[in-house]
Design a protein around this ligand. Structure first.
Ligand SMILES: [Zn+2]
Ligand SMILES: [Zn+2]
Ligand SMILES: [Zn+2]
Length: 503
């Protein structure tokens, strides 16, 4: 569920990107959001085994499709002690279910780490410590937990994977908000971790945020913490209720000062210091600066009291609502949850893929995804070779045997390449062929095997030249069919003349 209204709040910093732009990056994935998304395609009428089948399939193909782009994925699963997810499976059951996907992904060679609590918190900590370059998730909590770059809501568009990108750099430069401001938002708005304050959403928060900016409040979180005991705010609160109770005397619609307009017209206004008539409305001159505004402000007790509380209007209102709902607002445990790191992070040298365990993959996909060995090989071999070419599978040597031809796949220029068999994989795949053959993007192949590519291009161009010169030679000589036609015609004439010669 995340935090209500967070995405609307962050809408001005949203960028739509192709995930392929993240090539070469390490990205942490909150696996629980993938599990929940894959569960959406099932419902209660599905048998348990069908649900498990669809979810395994969903996670298997997502992992393949994203990493194939050259992105190094690190999966994070919720710990057994994470706070309960509203309306979802109990944490313990969800944790047990996650273990199954952990088995599959680990067999595929991915690093899967277990968070102490919320997976998003650990994803954010990995990002804060620069162990990953970004977080791929669906909830926005990762940003509130301190992530610097978040990719949200992966989807496919014209066969390309896309997502919305949010960076703290832009949250800073465009919204002028920092990590603590987002935590303040999470305290006020309803979410997985906080109950929020009733009727406070992103619009109310923005009004409050701007009011804090005008009043020079630097640390919003500290300010919220002081709400229960702040003497200045208590005093203002008192003044506000007094101001609300105060009777407002008649004010001139022209200048906004005490007195009737027609009286000001005939006898002037003491505040405007006129003998006849008065100056135009004070409300419209809010933008004026300097002494003139001071001079024009209505000095009556009612207006003075209103002005005093107006500059803190939003704060006083939200504070009252928050303290009515919970006299201990804001809950320290919520602030700590978002601000204090709690996970043991892996070393940077451990954050990479490992060699896939083919025997484990075969047994899991046979049982959970119902793949035959042939299907497993069909999905896995091109993937393994592509991620190896992209440099994210360091311990697997893939070996191109021969470039067969240049071709196009999904509008991309590719080589059709013959690849040597992967020894330990082959024992299991029941494949009797002597090599694998499939397309690889030309640029990717060339970056890894520049010599082979150059050699192929040379051969290709020399055989083209050869074909061309053969064609040229052919076009200079009369074609066989024409020669044949001509000789037939000649023989026809001869026959005719022979017949004509005969009496
Ligand atoms: Zn007036
Ligand atoms: Zn006046
Ligand atoms: Zn007044």
């Amino acid at each position: 569920m995340g935090i209500t209204g967070l995405w609307s709040l962050l809408e001005p910093v949203k960028e739509d990107i192709f995930l392929s732009e993240c090539k070469g990056q390490r990205i942490a994935v909150d696996l629980s959001t993938w599990i929940l998304q894959c569960a959406l395609i099932t419902n209660d009428s599905f048998a348990r085994s069908a649900k498990s089948f669809l979810k395994h399939r969903g996670i298997f193909f997502r992992a393949i499709n994203v990493s194939k782009l050259g992105i190094n994925l690190v999966f994070v699963i919720d710990g057994p002690d994470a706070p309960p997810r509203k309306g979802k499976l109990s944490r313990q059951l969800f944790f047990l279910e996650s273990q199954q996907y952990k088995k599959l992904l680990t067999a595929m060679g991915f690093l899967v780490v277990e968070a102490k609590g919320e997976a998003e918190k650990m994803c954010a900590e990995l990002n804060q410590q620069k162990l990953v370059d970004g977080v791929l998730t669906c909830d926005g909590d990762a940003l509130v937990y301190g992530a610097q770059v978040v990719y949200k809501g992966m989807f496919t568009d014209k066969k390309e994977l896309r997502a919305a990108k949010y960076t703290m750099e832009k949250v800073n430069s465009i919204l002028h908000m920092g990590h603590k401001d987002l935590v303040a938002f999470a305290l006020l708005s309803k979410g997985d971790v906080s109950d929020g304050v009733n009727s406070v959403g992103e619009k109310t928060f923005l009004e409050l945020f701007k009011e804090f900016e005008r009043n020079g409040v630097q640390d919003i979180l500290e300010r919220l913490k002081s709400w229960g005991s702040n003497p200045e705010l208590n005093e203002l609160e008192k003044r506000m209720s007094e101001a609300d109770r105060m009777p407002k005397k008649t004010h001139c619609s022209q200048c906004g000062h005490e007195g009737r307009k027609n009286l000001h017209c005939s006898s002037g206004c003491p505040v405007c210091e006129t003998d006849i008539g008065c100056h135009s409305s004070l409300q419209a001159s809010d933008k004026l600066v300097g002494t003139r505004v001071e001079h024009l402000l209505c000095p009556c007790i009612y207006c003075a009291a209103q002005r005093e509380v107006k500059s803190h209007k939003h704060e006083l209102k939200i504070r009252r609502l928050a303290l009515e709902q919970n006299e201990d607002f804001p809950q320290c445990e919520v602030i700590n949850e978002f601000l204090i790191p709690q996970n043991t992070l892996p070393e940077l040298s451990q954050v990479h893929m490992n060699r896939p365990n083919f025997a484990d993959i075969y047994s899991i996909v046979r049982e959970k995804l119902h793949f035959s060995p042939g299907q497993t090989a069909e999905y896995l071999i091109p993937w393994i070779i592509k991620i190896a070419l992209n440099g994210i599978l360091p311990n697997v040597d893939v070996e191109p045997v021969q470039i067969i031809k240049i071709c196009t796949e999904n509008f991309e220029t590719c080589y059709r390449v013959k690849w040597a068999k992967l020894a330990d994989f082959d024992e299991l795949s029941e494949d009797t062929g002597d090599a694998y053959e499939f397309n690889v993007a030309l640029s990717l192949f060339e970056s890894k095997y520049p010599d082979l590519s150059r050699q192929f291009k040379l051969q290709n161009s020399s055989s083209k030249k050869k074909r061309k010169s053969e064609q040229d030679r052919d076009s200079k000589q009369p074609k066989i069919t024409e020669m044949f036609k001509v000789s037939k015609e000649v023989s026809g004439i001869q026959q005719a003349s022979y017949r004509a010669a005969k009496p």
